[in-house]
Design a protein around this ligand. Structure first.
Ligand code: BGC
Length: 475
C-alpha cells in the first residue's frame, strides 16, 4: 500500500461531477420545458457563439455511455444534478417521463457499482418560476422543497447522498448580480434577496429530507475562495482579502454553520436590504444540521485595494459587458501572481485547497461534526485529438495530481475529507463559454457525440483504483 492510500480514510470516494443543463440535452423533449438557461442562451451575446444546451452531450439518451465511462474510470460515485424543469416543468405537476429518466440513470449507476450523488439544483430554475420572481422571491424556497420531496419520493430508496444546492454564490451573484449567468439580471438588491432565499431553500429542504429519510447523507456544495492580500504588509490589501472572504465564503458559511450572517458583510451591504428578507426562524432553518460540506475549488486569488497594471483574464468575450459580481466590490482588485493559468485564465494554485480544507475543518466543519468532500475541481485546457485518435492532456493530469496531493496534505494534517470529484466526467456546456472550454476526463466530439477517454482519464482511473496518489507523485 502506498503512503497516500494509508493517509486517506477508509471508504474515501473517487468520483466525477456533471450538471443537468451541461450534459443532458433533450431540452424540450419528453415534457421538459424552459429553464432560465434555455431562455438566457437565446439572448444575443449572452453565450459564446450563441451555443445552448439543446443537445449538449446528449446524455439524456446516452447516459449508458456516461455510466460506462465512469466505470472505465473506476469511479466509486457519480455526482450529477437533476433538472427541476424536467421533473416539474414550469414548477408545476410532476412529469413522469422526467422522473423515469433519473430512475434509469440511477439504476444503471447502481448496476455498475457506482454510488449516485444527486444534486437537486445546479443553476437551472424553471423559467416560469423566474417569471414569478425567481430566487429573489421567498416563495421559490418553498417550491424547491416540494420539488426536492418529489424526487426523494421517487429515488430515495436508491439515492443515499442528496445535495441541495450547487454553488448558491454563483446562482445569486452571477445570476442576479452581474448578469453573467441566467437569468441575467443585474440588480444587487435582488442578488442579496436570492442569497437568503437560496439558503432558506437549502435549510427547509434539508429538514424535509431528513424527516423523510433519517439515514440519507445530506450535503450542500459551495464554491469557496482563498483570498490572500497581494501585499500582506499593506493594511489596504489585508482588508480587501477580508472583504472577499466575507462576500464569498462567510456570507454562506456563517448562516449554515452558526445561524447568523457575518456582521461585517451586513454592514458593507446594508443598502442592499438582505435583512429585510429575514423572518423569525429563518436563520435556525438555514442552520439545519447536514452531513457533508461539498467544497468546489478551482483557484484562489490575490487581492489588492489597488488595480493591477495588467488585469487578469478569465471572462468570455461577450457582447454583454460584465461587471464585478460582488455586492460590495469597491476597492477590491484581483492581482495576477504569475502562476500558470488554465484555459479559463484561472491561476493554478493547489496549495490554496490544502489551506481552505484546514481552515474549514478548524472554523466550521470540525466543530459541527460535518465531513467534507471536494465535490469539484478540475481544469480547462485546449485539448487536441491526435492523429492516432488519442487525446493527450498532460496539463490536466498535472493539475489533478497537484490537487489530489493538496487533499492528501490536508487529510494528513487533520482535515476530514471523504471524497474527491473531478469536474468533469466529460467535456460539456461550459455556461457562458458555451462549448469553447473543455473540462472532461473524457473528450466529446460534439459533431458525432463520440466519447474518448483522455490520458488524464487513464491516469485518474489508476488513482481511483489504487486509492490515492503515491507520495512521491504529488507535484
Ligand atoms: C460549476 C460547474 C462549472 C465549473 C467550471 C463550477 O463552478 O459548478 O458547473 O462548469 O465550475 O466553470
Amino acid at each position: 500500500m502506498t503512503r497516500a492510500a494509508s493517509v486517506l480514510p477508509p471508504g474515501f470516494v473517487w468520483g466525477a461531477s456533471t450538471a443537468a443543463y451541461q450534459v443532458e440535452g433533450a431540452a424540450h423533449l419528453e415534457g421538459r420545458r424552459d429553464s432560465i438557461w434555455d431562455v438566457f442562451c437565446r439572448v444575443p451575446g449572452a453565450v459564446v457563439d450563441e451555443h445552448d444546451g439543446e443537445v449538449a452531450t446528449d446524455s439524456y439518451f446516452r447516459y449508458a455511455e456516461d455510466v460506462a465511462a465512469a466505470r472505465a474510470l473506476n469511479l466509486g460515485a457519480y455526482r450529477f444534478s437533476a433538472s427541476w424543469a424536467r421533473v416539474r416543468p414550469d414548477g408545476g405537476p410532476v412529469n413522469r417521463a422526467g422522473v423515469d429518466y433519473y430512475s434509469r440513470l440511477v439504476d444503471a449507476l447502481l448496476e455498475a457499482g457506482i454510488a449516485p450523488w444527486l444534486t437537486l439544483y445546479h443553476w437551472d430554475l424553471p423559467q416560469a418560476i423566474e417569471e414569478q420572481g425567481g430566487w429573489a422571491e421567498r416563495s421559490t424556497a418553498y417550491r424547491f422543497v416540494d420539488y426536492a420531496a418529489t424526487l426523494h419520493d421517487a429515488l430515495g430508496d436508491r439515492v443515499r447522498v442528496w445535495t441541495t444546492l450547487n454553488e448558491p454564490w454563483c446562482s445569486a451573484f452571477l445570476g442576479y448580480g452581474n448578469g453573467q449567468h441566467a437569468p441575467g439580471r443585474r440588480d444587487a438588491r435582488a442578488a442579496m434577496a436570492a442569497v437568503h432565499h437560496l439558503l432558506l431553500a437549502h435549510g427547509l429542504a434539508t429538514t424535509e429530507l431528513r424527516r423523510q429519510d433519517a439515514t440519507a447523507t445530506l450535503a450542500i456544495s459551495l464554491n469557496l475562495d482563498v483570498a490572500d492580500p497581494a501585499d500582506p504588509a499593506d493594511p489596504g490589501d489585508v482588508d480587501a482579502a477580508r472583504r472577499i472572504d466575507g462576500q464569498w465564503n462567510r456570507l454562506f458559511l456563517d448562516p449554515l454553520f452558526r445561524g447568523e450572517y457575518p456582521a461585517d458583510v451586513l454592514a458593507q451591504t446594508a443598502h442592499l436590504g438582505l435583512t429585510d428578507h429575514v423572518r423569525d426562524g429563518d436563520l435556525a432553518a438555514i442552520a439545519a444540521p447536514f452531513d457533508v460540506l461539498g467544497v468546489n475549488y478551482y483557484h484562489g486569488q490575490a487581492v489588492s485595494h489597488r488595480p493591477p497594471p495588467t488585469p487578469l483574464h478569465g471572462l468570455p468575450s461577450l457582447a454583454r459587458p460584465v461587471t464585478s459580481p460582488l455586492p460590495a466590490p469597491e476597492g477590491i482588485h484581483r492581482v495576477p501572481r504569475g502562476l500558470p493559468q488554465t484555459a479559463m485564465g484561472w491561476e493554478v494554485q493547489p496549495e490554496g485547497l490544502t489551506r481552505l480544507l484546514l481552515r474549514l475543518q478548524e472554523e466550521y466543519t470540525g466543530p459541527a461534526g460535518v465531513a467534507m468532500a471536494v465535490t469539484e475541481t478540475g481544469a480547462a485546457y485546449d485539448d487536441v485529438v491526435g492523429p492516432d485518435g488519442r487525446v493527450d492532456d498532460p496539463e490536466r493530469r498535472a493539475f489533478l495530481a497537484a490537487h489530489v496531493g493538496a487533499v492528501q496534505d490536508a487529510v494528513a494534517s487533520g482535515a476530514d475529507v471523504r471524497g474527491f470529484f473531478v469536474w468533469s466526467l466529460l467535456d460539456n456546456f461550459e455556461w457562458a463559454w458555451g462549448y469553447s472550454r473543455r473540462f472532461g476526463l473524457v473528450h466529446v466530439d460534439y459533431a458525432t457525440q463520440q466519447r474518448t477517454l483522455k490520458t488524464s482519464g487513464e491516469w485518474f482511473a489508476q488513482v481511483a483504483a489504487q486509492g490515492g496518489l503515491p507520495w512521491e507523485e504529488r507535484s
